[in-house]
Design a protein around this ligand. Sequence first.
Ligand SMILES: [Mg+2]
Length: 254
Amino acid sequence: MKSIYLFDVDGTLTPAKGNINIEFAKELHNWMNNKQVYIVSGGSFPRIVNQLGREIVDQTRGVFACMGNAFYKKIKDKDGYSSWNLEYENKFSIQKPALFFSELERYVMNSEYHTKTGRHYEERVGMVNFSIVGRNATKKQRKEYEEYDKVHQERKGIVTKLSKKHPTLDFVIGGAVSIDIFNKGNDKSQVIDRFLKDVWQDYRILFVGDRVEYPGNDYSLAKLLDEHENGKTFGVETWQDTQQLLKTKLFASS
Ligand SMILES: [Mg+2]
């Protein structure tokens, strides 16, 4: 049976928000030869290209960006170059957006965390990205919040409260400091429902991600795959784990 490989980016192929290691990029590029690979990331398409480099992105069959809310398909040109076509894009929708965003602001105000840098939420394709520390945070400030959150589990608490209040939305812990918010079903699992549903029977689908436990942003896809006989999820903690994984037999078949 042939395989289709799906990879998360942040924390799986790269450090969170960082670029791919140069050595690993070479290994990955070689490994991808003759394999069907797709990227499934919370980031936007330009950011993914920045992080992985054009050569790796061009070796994939497609990129599911913004949690699968936008799908870019590769078109092979006659002259050997590839171009990318946006196949679909979802919109985030909520009935009273102003009320909802002021509710998020209140979480920022009421948080006991000491550093709040501004730009706490950002609307992206099909989703909202929310963080207590704010998008203006420096690398160091992000790291500090990450450590704080590990101890205090602040994000988990916020996700639990918001989920209860907004049953039509899903809230997941994404990246190192933020919470991703989207309309129910518009999470990473939509990759299967929208695109790969018909190929399950003939292909094994393997997924590698670093947030596969609830309420991580890989959880919905991981769960869906693990419930299917042809699906399998691999949880990693760092891109180095992925680097090792690619050397195993499980990842040898095309
Ligand atoms: Mg990740």
